[in-house]
Design a protein around this ligand. Structure first.
Ligand code: GLN
Ligand code: ZN
Length: 761
């Protein structure tokens, strides 16, 4: 049996990769130096994996930005607006596609399946035929071999997934787009085989989602063609993030090996192995270590399961590996000095996961005794027995949920009347999503305060002064529902995680989110509980400065969960409910202090949707319940808002409705009316704000644009339910453009209001 991995983090333990990219972009580093540093990072990652004892080391997974973009440019797939004339795509063009230039907007970026990694969406146009302009996989395979003597396993994104993830224009069908690429992939694979690659990992993650009959046909045709074009290439067809959609069809594909995620969707895969067996001429690669979460694996348990697998497939045909690329976890827990031993010992980042794989393989191969695996079980056992995971009061509260009615009691129309009487808002009320520009000065003050250079009183005075300033600005603009501005927050999850019980923060636990942008998700390691009010001070302060209602602002339970590394020892439902119950205390504290409008943001709700539709409902039910539990104990006259930053929610509109929020704000300006049309079919009767301008660009919108957006919305929504607000929070914007844009927005709203009022008279 061999040990293997699907990909290694790119960013480096100290984010060296990010720093290199940003220095190059800023013109502070020459291209030669930049490329040299990328190379040395790349080689150091390979060397690390070699030293850790991995048999099959992935090569070509390293990227200067994103692996989907790498695939596109290797085939000369460059959007027309970047003036590309063929040949190998230069770094400058590569980064221009990813980041945009003054003359050409960047390619879109979107979530990589249900992870927090974002890829660059390829644009398949009819104007230029793809061509193999750079066999990067061969280049990187040869590099590993000549520089380090590593006979690596090249990693490619397969043609079917590539096309499925791309935007397809023109009149070519899905199948035609794939067919165009097949000879090019054939050439890549043949050249790799010729160079001596022992195994080539071809990722087809879409096979773990819902696959249509037509798509299966394309998959079969594609791999039959590739088998002919590159008869000597040994392909390992790799899936992840779920069990494969059709096991029996999958195992018949003409490839040398098949890779399964043996963490997500494990039950189905295990069941399939037992019932349907496994072909006796193929390699079986099992992703037994979770590539997406940070817990150590109970290796004794996995070893026991492997005994059963070994009855189906003999040892020589088995490959052990993580369930997905290790891109989704930080580099090593060894650098973390602030985490208590009990917790630290139960954590495995990328390097520790590779060690787990290697140890397990040694034991299965009989080179080490099974006792080697016991430490993992003990470490997890200690953490499970810890006080943090056995908080009686949290567990009792969660246990009581089932006997609780999660609804608000009174229905939405009745609540709306009570709220109208209390808040006395005009038609088409105006508001914002929560944050105002986080200036350099604000970030600097926070850093000073964190470092002890500024005391808490000084920091608070500063924050209050910002709040004062922005309350005044909002009043002057004539907004109807104000916000305090979120100046005290770093990001939406960290701020709450630091104040709730049960969260651990890391020092170097970064993972790539997109390009050079990294995030440091907190670790939910214990039962989550409310310690002290988190947002009350600033909100109440802001409210004391104005007669207009100030909207309280917190991040919802689903978003906090989805943007953290969650526990693996309790169910998702239980973990989300724990957060909900803790946040409920915050909501009630705000209400008690006189805050009559409270927004619970859930921007991550949609992205958490399972890959298979069959699993959507239970996720949505669980998410809706958690949201309801967060807000269901407020009085009916307290107005609950929520916010989501996406517009493609046609599919989940019922769940959105089920949240039963009095007002929801969502993005619209980039959705070209698709969202509007969904309201033609679905009757939504609560308050709703469809963002009337795009906050992602510094551009100040024209009044006519906003007026048009309002008008469009009013074609499908009742004036009494419509709110006027920007698409999302304004923290990334500059102050002058923000004020200017809001001014236009408020004016447009007032004009629309007048028109409506004259109509009704
Ligand atoms: N209230 C948050 C803000 O305005 C919402 C951000 C988000 O939806 N991502 O910044
Ligand atoms: Zn948003």
């Amino acid at each position: 049996m061999r040990s293997s991995s699907l990909g290694y983090p790119r960013i480096g333990g100290q984010r060296e990769w990010k720093k290199n990219l940003e220095a190059f972009w800023a013109g502070k580093r020459s291209k030669t130096d930049f490329l040299q540093e990328q190379k040395s990072l790349r080689l150091s990652y390979l060397q690390k994996q070699q030293q850790l004892g991995l048999d099959l080391i992935p090569v070509g997974d390293f990227s200067d930005y994103d692996h989907v973009l790498d695939t596109a440019v290797a085939f000369g797939i460059v959007p027309e607006r970047f003036a590309y004339a063929g040949g190998k795509v230069e770094e400058e063009t590569y980064f221009a596609i990813a980041r945009g230039t003054d003359d050409a907007v960047a390619a879109e970026m979107t979530k990589w399946f249900n992870t927090n990694y974002h890829y660059i969406v390829p644009e398949l146009t009819a104007s230029r035929e793809p061509a193999l302009v750079d066999n990067r996989w061969l280049r990187l395979y040869e590099e590993a071999k000549s520089e380090l003597g590593i006979n690596g396993k090249p990693v490619l994104l397969g043609p079917v997934s590539f096309v499925k993830l791309a935007k397809q224009y023109g009149n070519k069908s899905f199948s035609e787009h794939v067919q165009t690429l097949v000879p090019l992939y054939g050439q890549v694979l043949a050249e790799l085989a010729q160079a001596g690659a022992p195994l080539i990992q071809v990722d087809e993650p879409i096979l773990a989602g819902d696959v249509t009959e037509a798509e299966w046909a394309v998959v079969e045709e594609t791999y039959q063609s590739l088998a002919k074009l590159a008869p000597n290439a040994k392909l390992l067809l790799q899936t992840y993030f779920e069990s494969v959609a059709d096991y029996n069809r999958f195992i018949q594909l003409p490839v040398a090996g098949l890779g399964f995620d043996f963490v997500a969707g494990k039950e189905e895969t295990f069941q399939n192995l037992r019932v349907n067996g496994f072909p006796n001429d193929k390699l079986l690669a099992l992703g037994v270590i979770d590539g997406r979460n940070i817990w150590r694996t109970d290796l004794t348990a996995v070893n026991a399961e492997l005994k059963e697998v070994l009855q189906v497939v003999e040892r020589e045909r088995l490959i052990l590996q993580p369930s997905s690329s290790l891109l989704h976890v930080p580099v090593t827990v060894q650098s973390e000095e602030k985490i208590a031993d009990e917790l630290k010992e139960a954590i495995a980042f990328a390097d520790e996961k590779i060690i787990e794989i290697v140890s397990l393989a040694k034991v299965v191969n009989g080179h080490e005794p099974p006792s080697l695996l016991e430490a993992s079980k003990h470490a997890l056992g200690r953490l499970n027995a810890s006080e943090a995971r056995n908080n009686q009061s949290v567990q009792q509260e969660v246990a009581q949920i089932s006997s609780e009615d999660p609804s608000r009691g009174l229905d939405a129309p009745t609540r709306a009347k009570l709220q109208a009487a209390k808040l006395k808002l005009p038609l088409l009320p105006t508001t914002t999503i929560g944050s105002f520009p986080q200036t350099k000065e604000i970030r600097k003050k926070r850093l000073d305060w964190r470092k002890g250079k500024l005391d808490s009183a000084g920091y608070e005075t500063f924050i209050n002064a910002e709040i004062d300033r922005w309350i005044a600005i909002q009043e002057q603009l004539g907004l109807d529902v104000l916000v305090h501005g979120e100046f005290e927050r770093t990001d939406m999850v960290e701020f709450f995680g630091e104040k709730l019980g049960g969260f651990q923060f890391t020092t170097y636990g970064w993972v790539q989110s997109y390009g050079s942008r990294c995030v440091k998700p907190p670790i939910i390691y214990g039962d989550v509980y409310f310690k002290q009010p988190m947002t009350v001070k600033e909100t109440v302060y802001a409210q004391s400065k104005t007669d207009k209602p100030v909207k309280g602002m917190l991040t919802g339970p689903v978003t906090i969960y989805n943007w953290s590394f969650p526990r693996a020892d309790i169910t998702e439902g239980e973990a989300v409910n724990q957060i909900a119950l803790a946040l409920r205390k915050e909501v009630l504290a705000l209400e008690k202090h006189g805050i009559g409008v409270i927004q619970v943001d859930e921007p991550a709700l949609r992205e958490g949707l399972p890959l298979k539709r069959a699993k959507w409902q239970s996720y949505l039910d669980q998410s809706v319940t958690a949201f309801q539990l967060t807000v269901n104990q407020v009085k009916p006259e307290t107005q609950i808002h929520t916010h989501m930053c996406y517009s493609d929610f046609q599919d989940i509109i019922e769940a959105i409705d089920g949240l039963d929020a009095d007002v929801i704000s969502i993005e619209m300006s980039r959705s070209h009316g698709e969202l509007i049309s969904s309201f033609e079919e679905y009757t939504y009767n609560k308050g709703i704000g469809l963002g009337v301008y795009d906050i992602h660009s510094p551009r100040v919108p024209a009044k006519e644009e906003i007026a048009r957006n309002i008008e469009r919305a009013l074609n499908v929504l009742h004036p009494k339910q419509f709110w006027v607000n920007p698409d999302c929070g304004l923290k990334t914007r500059q102050e002058p453009e923000t004020v200017a844009a809001l001014k236009v927005m408020v004016e447009a709203a007032k004009e629309a209001r007048q028109t409506l009022e004259t109509k009704t008279i």
